[in-house]
Design a protein around this ligand. Sequence first.
Ligand SMILES: CCCCC/C=C/CC(=O)SCCNC(=O)CCNC(=O)[C@H](O)C(C)(C)COP(=O)(O)OP(=O)(O)OC[C@H]1O[C@@H](n2cnc3c(N)ncnc32)[C@H](O)[C@@H]1OP(=O)(O)O
Length: 392
Amino acid sequence: MAKMLGARWCPSALRSPLQVISFPACQLHVSRRAKNADQKEFENAVTQLKLLKKDPGNEMKLKLYALYKQANEGPCNIPKPGVLNLINKAKWDAWNALGNLPKETARQNYVDLVTSLSSSSASSSQVKPGADKEQQGSENVVVTSEDGITKIMLNRPTKKNAITTQMYQEIILALKAASKDDSTITVLTGNGDYYCSGNDLSNFNTLPGEIEEKVKSGGILLRDFVACFIDFPKPLIAVVNGPAVGISVTILGLFDAVYASDKATFHTPFTHLGQSPEGCSSYTFPKIMGLAKAKEMLIFGKKLTAGEACAQGLVTEVFPDSTFQTEVWTRLKAYSKIPPNAGRISKQIIRNWEKEKLHAVNAEEVRVLQERWQSEEFLNAVMNFFSKRAKL
Ligand SMILES: CCCCC/C=C/CC(=O)SCCNC(=O)CCNC(=O)[C@H](O)C(C)(C)COP(=O)(O)OP(=O)(O)OC[C@H]1O[C@@H](n2cnc3c(N)ncnc32)[C@H](O)[C@@H]1OP(=O)(O)O
């Protein structure tokens, strides 16, 4: 995808100067939303734009460029480029066409535009031609919804369901859709022999920009991802079909039930990776299993069997692997028959006592992690994994 630096991009990113689409008089939909996007939303939109899967095309890029400049600098304040300077003239025209559009409105329109691009890009990747209307998701995050259950399945078995930056985005979108669909409960599970091997350790190679930018956008992505689990309004159940590592373990403290195969293990190797706890686990794990057991996992990286995780309260119930899927899905189908509003309201009254606290924990964990991601310890650990393919 063409390199885009937020709403600005390097001229070469346009497919070709001659393809610069003449910019129609700007008929921007002035956002009717009562509130204007705040700076954080605007920065999130800039980050979101970099994670778009497909190039939105020159015309859309000109619109985004113009809104970005108007939001930051106000009306066009640079001299008009010469006619032969095609690209800069197209950009000038786009910006100048916004006239005196207030900065706040430009910022809101930018956020709205990126939001619509993100959801259309995700939905275009989700609904395959001829797919069953209930079949959604991308190849790595498969979403299905039937019998009152929306299932989000991590589907990258060759990489032990390691979560890429794109998959974080897709899980966020899947949870947002599930919170509004007609299902009663939502389930997260893995395909293949692993539930999930955590963060894809090559993610920092794929995030755009220099290290500072990678750390910033990685932090925003992680904070938004965990926030989705904090805020998810319906009963959320993990079906842990195999070993679970890292963030796939830490967010379990935010689920409403965790059912595990006796093949599953639970491992949070943060210190071995030069990292620190995330997913609110620095708060939820001590609450769930007591300080000593929580520290054994989060500081010393002790790997738990499913039985140990159940004994410590992280797992609700363990099933023999041979009958796991049958037993668990029979149980979940029964759960999906509860009155949906009562289920949702009961989940929320329990969660609401701590929601503010959990968001504060999430923000602090991300702040600390952003420092860790710039440490020698972290960089060496990741290099070590890929060079020696060291096992944890
Ligand atoms: C946006 C930023 C958000 C940051 C959020 C922070 C989260 C914290 C964490 O999640 S920390 C935990 C990160 N995960 C790991 O450290 C696990 C690393 N993987 C392993 O240790 C092992 O792969 C294993 C123990 C999970 C499985 O070992 P096994 O020998 O059974 O299988 P392989 O190692 O051969 O793996 C098969 C292929 O999958 C690739 N792979 C596995 N896990 C990851 C991963 N986390 N990231 C990237 N790639 C992974 C592995 O490299 C093999 O690929 P290959 O066949 O191409 O070599």
